[in-house]
Ligand binder design. Structure first.
Ligand SMILES: Cc1cc2nc3c(=O)[nH]c(=O)nc-3n(C[C@H](O)[C@H](O)[C@H](O)COP(=O)(O)O)c2cc1C
Length: 192
């Protein structure tokens, strides 16, 4: 009888040990699945997109990179009502490419690269084109995000897909008044 008791106790201990091993294995696998290396690049003329980029960085643990124009945009450059302002002139010639401060960013080792920008005339600023064309996104998934005064990201996304069909684009997000949960849902949806 005592032998039977010891046998049952040993079996119960073995079962508990096996169960905890298999849980550890699952946890490790889940964290491996979510360990994509993330880089968040953004251009921000007045600071709003920069804040959105910082939120993505804190939720993904990603690195952050500011896309800087060689010549910073002044307030008068950004006057969209003035047809002679720098932003107006640059944006009304879609083949214009404003120069970057650092022409190439080291993308090696990143699985996912976010690219953030403000909405200018219902699309992305041409400096985003300069940035994309100066870098190599092979092997990475690229995720656009935007801030705006109300316009959505759809037109910009469509244009990016058309302009750069070789890039593996993931679904973008307009980050005006989004909660952390909205951002987390989006990250889940795109598998990060
Ligand atoms: C030159 C210029 C053009 C803009 N055009 C639009 C537009 O077409 N639609 C819109 O909703 N917001 C527009 N905005 C507003 C910006 O998208 C918005 O303020 C954005 O959050 C600014 O981001 P930033 O602070 O990172 O530069 C424009 C702003 C500027 C300076």
């Amino acid at each position: 009888m005592r032998r039977l008791f010891y046998l049952a106790a040993a079996l119960a201990i073995a079962a508990v040990a096996l169960h905890s091993c298999s849980n550890k294995h699952t946890e490790r696998n889940n964290s491996e699945e979510n360990s994509a290396k993330v880089l968040i690049c953004y251009f921000s003329a007045t600071g709003t997109t920069e804040k959105a980029a910082q939120r993505i960085a804190s939720l993904t643990g990603g690195d952050i990179h500011s896309i800087e124009p060689q010549v910073a945009y002044t307030d008068s450059d950004l006057d969209w009502r003035d047809s002679l302002s720098r932003s107006y002139v640059e944006m009304h010639n879609r083949s214009f490419r404003p120069a970057l401060l650092d022409s190439v960013t080291d993308m090696s080792g990143y699985d996912v690269v976010f690219i953030g920008y403000p909405n200018w005339w219902n699309t992305h600023p041409t400096i985003i084109n300069t940035f994309i064309e100066a870098n190599d996104f092979q092997g990475t998934t690229v995720v656009p995000f935007m801030t705006s005064g109300g316009s959505n990201i759809i037109n910009s996304e469509n244009e990016l897909h058309e302009e750069y069909p070789a890039i593996r684009w993931a679904k973008g997000m307009l980050m005006n008044s989004v909660s952390d949960n909205d951002i987390k849902d989006w990250l889940n949806e795109i598998g990060i």
